[in-house]
Write a protein that binds this ligand. Structure first.
Ligand code: PLP
Length: 433
């Protein structure tokens, strides 16, 4: 059997180009990271060849003795990494990613069209938490369940728990979801528990973005208050692309979460688990229990604080005024520009981040902010000093964007994008080039 270079030089070349892009760019997307070499080895192994529908010891295929050992090890490490007592908590490590994990929970504990409440997408929530527009039910969650989103207080940039309480009292959701994709602060779990209890709802935390920080005890522990905790495995946790669902072992609201969730994963929504991913995840969860991992997560937060305070010094408005975790959300609207234009300019200078809605935004296509995350560059050894330089580079990119916007004839985003792609525009002579 040939290696990739011989078998498929075209794909090999694309991988090499992507590797170079990752190597050369400043990777600031808050949901991305660089996983470990050992994880990549496990993910690229023979584990990908095996079918193993079911759970350890209860499979629908033969030849699973080693896979059983692997999945059991992965489950144990998952519980250990999050300091959980295996008598009280269980985990399913088979979800293919974060969105499927969330949908599996909904399928497990809700009936079609039951009510859920998650953070609004434009206020930092995730699509899978029930996003819909007045015209369209966008995500599967909002198609199959009735969703009413809670929001931030626009003046503080913090979750408006009073309003959430009021809305929950009226809407009577069966499930309340904590967690976000673009929220620079921690969640108030005791408060959310109280709100959920008052209306008889399950409380779930989607800790996808912050699971590394939770494992390292850098942020509050959602397991003290929630019934179910989901996560992706490839963001701050630094593992392979995948998902996990943690559940309380004792019944909650009369539901046996363990069997409901395991059944929702398989046969409910998935077939054979991706054993190569489970192998990589087991490796990542071993790392997650090391002192080096804890030190890394502390650096993720201190680097992000350094970035936030430099941006503040430079006059930027940050949603919520700063950050307690791994990301900052910059509101560019006071400068008369938007996140889409800044993202484009920074991309040209190999600075990779993403445009993001900020509270009060009118458009998701041309949102008023950018989201900047520290996990990936912290993995590559960046210090607080480096993140101060990153803030300065971003500032330079913003200045260039303002100049370019002035130079464009026409006010549409397309006109700007065309201008920036034309030979007329160059970053030459600018620091960023
Ligand atoms: N949950 C949150 C909070 C996320 O931010 C994301 C992705 O960014 C997901 C779930 C979905 O994960 P995936 O893209 O792996 O489906």
């Amino acid at each position: 059997d040939n290696g990739l270079s011989e078998a498929d030089p075209e794909v090999r070349a694309i991988i090499e180009m992507e590797k170079e892009r990752q190597f050369k760019s400043l990777e600031l997307i808050a949901s991305e990271n660089f996983t470990y070499r050992a994880v990549m080895e496990a993910v690229g192994s023979c584990l990908t060849n095996k079918y193993s529908e079911g759970l350890p010891g209860k499979r629908y295929y033969g030849g699973n003795e080693h896979i059983d050992e692997l999945e059991t090890l992965c489950q144990k490490r998952a519980l250990d990494a999050f300091h959980l007592d295996g008598k009280k908590w269980g985990v399913n490590v088979q979800p293919l990613s974060g969105s499927p994990a969330n949908f599996e929970v909904y399928t497990a504990v809700l009936k079609p069209h039951d009510r859920i409440m998650g953070l609004d997408l434009s206020h930092g929530g995730h699509l899978s938490h029930g996003f819909m527009t007045p015209k369209r039910r966008v995500s599967g969650t909002s198609i199959y369940f009735e969703s009413m989103s809670y929001r931030l207080n626009e003046s503080t940039g913090l979750v408006d728990y009073d309003k959430l309480e009021e809305m929950a009292d009226r809407f009577k959701p069966k499930l309340i979801i904590a967690g976000a994709s673009a929220y620079p602060r921690d969640f108030d779990y005791p408060r959310m528990r109280k709100i959920a209890d008052a209306v008889g709802a399950f409380l779930m935390m989607d800790m996808a973005h912050i699971s590394g920080l939770v494992a390292a005890s850098v942020l509050a522990n959602p397991f003290d208050y929630c019934d179910i905790v989901t996560t992706t495995t490839h963001k701050s946790l630094r593992g392979p692309r995948g998902g996990m669902i943690f559940f309380k072992k004792d019944p909650v609201l009369g539901v046996d979460l363990e069997s409901a969730i395991n059944n929702a994963v398989f046969p409910g929504l998935q077939g054979g688990p991706h054993n190569h991913t489970i192998g990589g995840l087991a490796v990542c969860l071993k790392y997650a229990q090391s002192p080096e991992f804890k030190a890394y997560q502390n650096k993720v937060v201190s680097n992000c604080r350094a970035l936030a305070s430099r941006l503040t010094e430079l006059g930027y408005k940050l949603v919520s005024g700063g950050s307690d975790n791994h990301l900052v959300l910059v509101d560019l609207r006071p400068l008369g520009i938007d996140g889409a234009r800044v993202e484009k300019i920074l991309d040209k200078a190999s600075i990779t981040l993403n445009k993001n809605s900020v509270p009060g935004d009118k458009s998701a296509v041309v949102p008023g902010g950018i989201r900047i995350g520290s996990p990936a560059m912290t993995t590559r050894g960046f210090t607080e000093k480096d993140f101060i330089a990153v803030a300065d580079y971003i500032h330079e990119g913003v200045q260039i964007t303002i100049d370019a916007k002035r130079a464009v004839s026409g006010s549409k985003l397309q006109d700007f994008m065309k201008f920036v792609a034309s030979p007329e525009f160059s970053l030459k002579d600018r620091v960023l080039d």
